[in-house]
Design a protein around this ligand. Sequence first.
Ligand code: 13P
Length: 333
Amino acid sequence: MDIILLKQTAQTLVAPGKGILAADESSKTIQKRFDKINLQSVPETNLAYRKMLFTTPGIEEFLSGVILYDETIRQSIDGVTIPKYLEDRGILPGIKVDQGTEDLPNSPGEKITKGMEGLEERLKEYKELGAKFAKWRAVITIGENIPTDICIEANAESLAQYAALCQEQDIVPIVEPEVLMDGEHDLEKCREVTTKTLKIVFEKLEAHRVALEGMLLKPNMVISGKDFAVKANPQEIAKATVETFLEAVPKEVPGIVFLSGGQTPDEATVNLAAINKISPPAGGWQLSFSYGRALQDEALKVWAGKEENVLEAQKVFLERLRKVSSARSAKSV
Ligand code: 13P
């Protein structure tokens, strides 16, 4: 494990003003996104869409990294492999290495993430293909009598094993325990579950001797459930989120890169700005973004699967990136 390299990569990913684009939708998820524009997902349409995003002029000012899917890391743009294309533009290529979720046995409504089998070999191959960092997403659901301790612990254990395997290959692990926004719970419930989850995740990471300086955390914001009657405002979300991290995230972690999790692009932007405005130096971490939908939704809609819309979609994509980058720098958006 080359700790100097891991630290350098992690810090590059959270460089001032920059964040990560999550473009690692699995075949199933990209079809769900394409359903909104009535497009069939096949390798060619997936590539056309991602090429539109990646070739947008100026994105390197706001993007430090892009998370790719297995299919995409093997594709090329104008004869150059996508990892090389991105790196040549100063953007680090990353890779999703989990294989989605399945039901947790004996625990209705709960999920465990798949992908541990053969992970070491896959990481070696991805490294050869140019990946500098990786992502593993675990899902925690709030509902009646859930999450259970066993669900949090089993997912935290997998996250820690994955992170240790990544670091052995000098790949920076992004550790993503996502407490879902789905549900009728209030902000306090989200705070309680997120705090507990993060504490257990860091216990496991330490038990597996993961170098915290060479990883990034990708959490949810502390936010009320989608179906809760009263929406928390950005200041309430910011306060609860920052307090949660101060309680549960060790200061050695160089960066926290949020997922957007179903927030609209505007919500994810305004909330990130509010968080950065009140973030005290005590944490020490950079508070940045690793958004999927919040960065892509507007551009996908404008693109609509048509070549003639590429320039307009790129304009919309760049504008959203500019706003999210400003939010990450605590400038007004
Ligand atoms: P969203 O920002 O759309 O939640 O996606 C981020 C991600 O990478 C989920 O794993």
